[in-house]
Design a binder for this molecule. Structure first.
Ligand SMILES: Cc1ncc(COP(=O)(O)O)c(C=O)c1O
Length: 478
């Protein structure tokens, strides 16, 4: 390949060859994914030995660089889209959105201001409208913004809540969240400069939902002490168990107390597209703001989060700045500058992948995929219950299931059960055949499977359980 280095260019032919190599590699990745091991492992020393070098003054042939990357970088990265990647929140992704991202990056579209890219802003408005409708938010008054992920959406929400409810002085403000709320919320609260004394972590009940009575007591006590309860964060689909808080009850409390009601639906909100999920999401439409995370269960590649708000003016009220160098691109009031609705000025064109994948597959295919995921987790639950070897610690909820090895007839101590289950997870991960890590529920170490990949089959799960059982048999003391 020939390069024109001083312009950072390749010839047209070379660009095509390069691009075809990339597309071929991506397609091969999708096609052969199932036959590969999902887990990559490597120590810092091993990675240093592969990659550590000074920034080269002289270039290398593009072929060589791309071959090296495919061989060494991609193979040393865990595949979160793999059907046997069950941990954290997998990222199933989809090819159409991958190509959409490539287009957005290829054209390097600036998705900050209307004047710079009216079509990009319009597609963000349109796709946000689709989401507002899906979640029952007001279409005209509502609004939102795409972010890099759920963490940034939560940060954007809490910043907005603080501005709307506290103005400039938040010295007496108090925020409420449950002990199952995602850690990104605490991070956001800390980023915003709240002190520890302003954060109330409310315990959850046996089903991991907000303990409502404790919450009410806490709010009342804070008021008596002259503090200002200003925001409550509920979760629709906790990361640990998929639990949805009592959204309608919490909405009522927030309304009565004049508290901003934020719902973190980063994990589970997308389930509203399925009939079972819709039941669980009752009350979601009452939130002041809602985090949705399309790079999870809306099957988008990283990075794509989203914040929806009931009143779009709350975003512009919070984030609008008017520097002189942006005067000329302000546009009129119907033309949204997304840099005025969130933290980022220069933003990639995230809406494109959402738009193209929904246009290509249709919402119905998304509904089917999500329903499949929820049903699969329920089938897995019933297999576990019938096995005699596994104990279901928390039933399948929004495609998450928590279980542990605890065979009938063996009387293991709690400590021993923790050790065996930790051992199983470590052995599975180091075999690289499945990504299955633990979490802790009610002080017990459990295995947690998150089944949001529509390409995961029941056979995949059965094979993984058989692998786990094999390791359990090998446990030194068993
Ligand atoms: C409930 C919940 N909220 C927020 C987040 C953070 O989202 P992200 O990783 O996209 O920043 C996660 C991630 O798993 C989550 O499960």
């Amino acid at each position: 390949m020939k390069r024109n280095p001083s312009k950072l260019e390749l010839s047209s032919e070379d660009m095509k060859t390069y691009g075809y190599q990339v597309v071929d590699a991506i397609v091969e990745h999708f096609d052969s994914q199932k036959n590969k091991l999902p887990v990559a492992m490597g120590s810092r020393e091993e990675m240093d030995s592969l990659f550590l070098e000074e920034a080269p003054e002289k270039g290398t042939s593009p072929d060589k660089v791309i071959d090296f990357v495919l061989e060494k970088v991609m193979t040393n990265s865990t595949d979160m889209s793999h059907p046997k990647s069950y941990s954290f929140v997998p990222g199933p992704s989809n090819y159409v959105s991958v190509m959409a991202d490539t287009l957005a990056t290829g054209f390097n579209i600036f998705s900050g201001g209307w004047v710079a890219s009216p079509a990009a802003a319009e597609l963000e408005i349109i796709t946000i409208q689709w989401l507002l409708k899906i979640f029952g938010f007001p279409q005209k008054k509502g609004g939102g913004i795409f972010t890099s992920g759920g963490s940034m959406a939560n940060l954007t929400a809490i910043t907005t809540a603080r501005k709307v409810k506290c103005g400039e002085d938040f010295s007496k403000a108090v925020i409420y969240l449950s002990d199952q709320a995602h850690s990104s919320n605490i991070k956001a609260i800390q980023v915003l400069g709240f002190k520890k004394e302003q954060i109330r972590i409310i315990p959850t009940d046996i089903e991991f939902k907000f303990a409502i009575n404790k919450l009410k007591n806490c709010i009342a006590k804070d008021r008596l002490e002259g503090l200002h309860p200003f925001c409550l964060i509920a979760t629709s689909g906790t990361t640990n168990t998929g639990t949805v808080d009592q959204l309608s009850d919490l909405a009522k409390i927030c309304k009565k107390e004049d508290i901003w009601f934020h719902i973190d639906g980063a994990y589970g909100a997308a389930a509203i597209l399925s009939p079972k999920g819709k039941q669980l999401m009752k009350g979601i439409e009452k939130a002041d703001s809602l985090t949705v995370d399309p790079h999870k269960w809306f099957f988008q590649p990283y990075e794509m989060g989203c914040l929806l708000v009931r009143n779009h003016k709350h975003l512009s009220h919070t984030f609008t700045e008017k520097p002189e160098y942006l005067r000329d691109i302000e546009g009129n009031t119907s033309e949204i500058n997304f840099y005025d609705h969130g933290i980022q000025l220069t933003r990639r064109f995230r809406a494109l992948k959402f738009y193209m994948s929904i246009k290509t597959f249709g919402l119905q295919e998304f509904r089917n995929a999500i329903s499949y995921n929820i049903d699969l987790a329920e089938e897995v639950e019933s297999i576990l219950r019938k096995s005699g070897k596994w104990e279901v610690v928390f039933p399948a909820t929004l495609a998450v299931i928590n279980f542990r090895y605890n065979p009938i007839g063996k009387k293991y101590s709690q400590k021993k059960l923790d050790e065996i289950n930790q051992y199983i997870s470590e052995k599975v991960v180091s075999s690289r055949k499945a990504l299955l890590v633990t979490t802790i529920l009610h002080s017990q170490i459990v295995l947690r499977m998150c089944l949001i990949n529509p390409r995961t089959t029941l056979d995949d799960v059965k094979e993984t359980l058989a692998l786990c059982e094999g390791f359990a048999q090998d446990y030194p003391d068993n």
